[in-house]
Design a protein around this ligand. Sequence first.
Ligand code: MG
Length: 310
Amino acid sequence: MNLAALRGRTVTVVEVGPRDGLQNERALVSTDDKVAYVDRLSAAGLPVIEVSAFVNPKRVPQMADASRLFARIQRRPGARYTALVPNLQGLERAIDARVDEVSIFAAASDGFSRANINASVDESLVTYAAVCAQARAAGLPVRGYLSTAFGCPYDGPVDPARVVSLTERLLELGVREVAVSDTIGVAHPGQVMALLDRLLPRVGTAVVALHFHDTRGTALANVLTALDAGITTFDASAGGLGGCPYAPGASGNLATEDLLYVLDGLNVKTGVSLDGVTAASAFIEPRLDHALPSRYVQAIRSRRGSAEAD
Ligand code: MG
């Protein structure tokens, strides 16, 4: 790995805290607070923010205010404000809310797909083909998640060949980028390297993003491995918001602050202010029922705490 070669390179950080993070939080956050939170993330310079999901409000009450949220956030020129849509009804609501991009959520394993959306992977792709066609007709770009790409909580290990073929199928549907996702946080650098060695010769680096979870403390090692392979887009959640739904109390999404601390140190350009993201996390944390898991946020907090004690 040649870390010096990363200096000056540009990486796109996709902030998923308001959607992927909040969706997995027990505490219901008010719309006012979500607006203030997203506006703080915008002010930090994040180029892409996944704001909410147009899903069934009865199934996911935390996302019920998606339309109101999009109507009230301040959109920073140049930034993209995106939302997850599970089907055509969701897409219609997203178009009405003037989202910049929609995301679809496919899985690499049938067990997870059935548990999550009550459809096999193949069945879900039929729905997503319709969503992609309709989104294209509306001039809206689509991002595809491919969850459980490194392992499934129900089916166990996932064959990399399946991840490659499903990534290609999502791209054939017209998605702009596939976020290859480690939903349960099992991936390690050896596995990341092995998957990218098979995937990138087929699709190239430009259409692949990586979405790591830090459940086993491997997320940043995985990011470095992927950077070395030429990947330039990474998902992260401010403060590590969301936790791990499959291991209660454990870390889930890689924290944006932890990612930025490492990228800043390597002189990789993101255009994002670490202090700005930390401020957004400090705003949302008291509205949750637990402390944020980000190591960086915890270190800052304990430093402030000890300064106050002095
Ligand atoms: Mg996630």
